[in-house]
Design a protein around this ligand. Structure first.
Ligand code: AVI
Length: 318
C-alpha cells in the first residue's frame, strides 16, 4: 500500500518517464492511458458515461439492476467485497444494496483523494457497512490488509470493462492477482464490453458532442501543465480507430499539421498525420475472456447480458 506523498512523488516521476519515452519513439508514439485521468480527465470521463453514444455504462448498470439478486447470491452471505477501482458509483451501490449482511467493503484505487471521497459516500449511504479503503495501483502487485475477516467468502468486483484497457499479459496478471486476493472459495463479478459492429464502437469513442475528444486532448494539456511543456494542443485532433488484429478500439491524437514542441527543454517533432496512441479498449467475446480467466485459475459460473448482447457481466468462481 502507498503513502500519499510517496504516491504523488512516484506518480510524477513515472509520468515524466512515460511521456518522454512514449513521445521519443521513432515509429508509433504512445502515451499510457492511465495518464488520461487527472482531475479534469476524470470529470470528462464521467461526462462520457452520460453521452448518448457511450452505451457501456448504462448497459452494465441495467444488467446489474436486473440481476442484482443473482449477483448477490454468487457473492454469498457476509461477503468481503474487494472492488478494483473505487467509485463505480451507482453500480457499486446496486451490488452493495442487494448483498446479504456484507461484512466488509474494500475499495482499491491509486488516487487516494478520490478513494477517500468515494469511501465516505459509501459510509453515508450504508452506515452499517464496514469500509476499509486501500490506496494501491491494482494493475501492479500489492497486498491486502492482513486483518480481513474470515466470515463468508471474498468476492472481487471489477465493473466498467476496465479489463479492456489492459493488454493481454496485464489482464492475465490482474485476473491471477484477484484470484490470489479472494483465495479458495472466492468469487468475482467482472464487467466486459463485447465485440460488436464497428460503427457502434467508433461512435461510442468519438461522440458527436466531442466529450471523448476533449478527454483525449486533455492529456496534452496535462503534459503542458505538469511537465512545463508547450505542445500546441489545437494542432491535434482526436480519432477513434478499430484494430481488428487486437480487437480493440484505439484512441489516437493526430497531428493536423507539422508540429514541434519542447518538454523540459527537450525538442520533439511530429509530421502532419502522425499520431500519438493514447488508449486501447479491447472488446472480448465471453468465450475469449472466460478462457483467459480459466488460465488465471477461475471458472465461469454465470453470464448476465443485455437484450442486444452489447455487454456482459461475468460471474466467476475459483
Ligand atoms: C475506463 N474504460 C473502461 C473506458 C473504456 O471504454 O475503455 C475509457 C474510455 N475511453 C474513452 N471512452 C471511455
Amino acid at each position: 500500500m502507498l503513502d500519499k506523498t510517496d504516491t504523488e512523488a512516484q506518480q510524477r516521476e513515472a509520468f515524466h518517464r512515460d511521456v518522454h519515452a512514449g513521445l521519443a519513439k521513432p515509429q508509433q508514439k504512445t502515451l499510457p492511458a492511465r495518464w488520461l485521468y487527472d482531475d479534469r480527465g476524470s470529470e470528462l470521463f464521467e461526462e462520457i458515461t452520460q453521452a448518448p453514444e457511450y452505451y457501456p455504462t448504462r448497459t452494465e448498470t441495467g444488467i446489474l439492476q436486473e440481476n442484482a439478486g443473482a449477483i448477490a447470491a454468487l457473492f454469498g452471505s457476509e461477503a468481503v467485497i474487494l472492488e478494483y477501482g473505487a467509485g463505480a458509483g451507482i453500480k457499486t451501490e446496486i451490488v452493495l444494496e442487494a448483498l446479504d449482511r456484507p461484512s466488509l467493503y474494500v475499495p482499491i484505487d491509486i488516487s487516494g483523494d478520490f478513494l477517500a471521497a468515494s469511501a465516505e459516500r459509501i459510509r453515508e449511504r450504508f452506515p452499517d457497512l464496514a469500509v476499509e479503503p486501500v490506496t494501491a495501483d491494482f494493475t501492479q502487485e500489492f497486498d491486502l490488509p492482513g486483518d480481513l475477516p474470515e466470515a463468508g467468502s471474498r468476492g472481487g468486483f471489477f465493473p466498467g470493462s476496465t479489463i479492456g484497457n489492459l493488454d493481454r499479459a496485464e489482464a492475465l496478471a490482474f485476473l491471477k492477482r484477484m484470484r490470489r486476493h479472494v483465495g479458495e472459495g472466492g468469487v468475482a463479478v467482472l464487467g466486459c464490453d463485447l465485440k460488436k459492429d464497428i460503427p457502434t464502437l467508433i461512435a461510442a469513442y468519438d461522440d458527436a458532442a466531442g466529450v471523448t475528444a476533449a478527454f483525449d486532448l486533455n492529456i496534452l494539456t496535462r503534459i503542458n501543465r505538469e511537465l512545463g511543456a508547450d505542445i500546441p494542443v489545437e494542432s491535434f485532433a482526436h480519432e477513434a480507430r478499430w484494430n481488428e488484429a487486437t480487437s480493440a478500439i484505439e484512441m489516437h491524437l493526430v497531428a493536423r499539421e507539422p508540429v514541434t514542441f519542447s518538454i523540459d527543454g527537450r525538442r520533439f517533432a511530429m509530421e502532419e498525420g502522425e499520431t500519438i496512441h493514447t488508449e486501447n479498449s479491447r472488446k472480448y467475446d465471453v468465450e475469449g475472456l472466460a478462457a483467459l480467466a480459466k488460465e488465471a485459475g477461475w471458472s465461469l459460473d454465470e453470464v448476465w447480458t443485455d437484450g442486444k448482447k452489447r455487454f456482459a457481466v461475468m460471474g466467476l468462481k475459483v
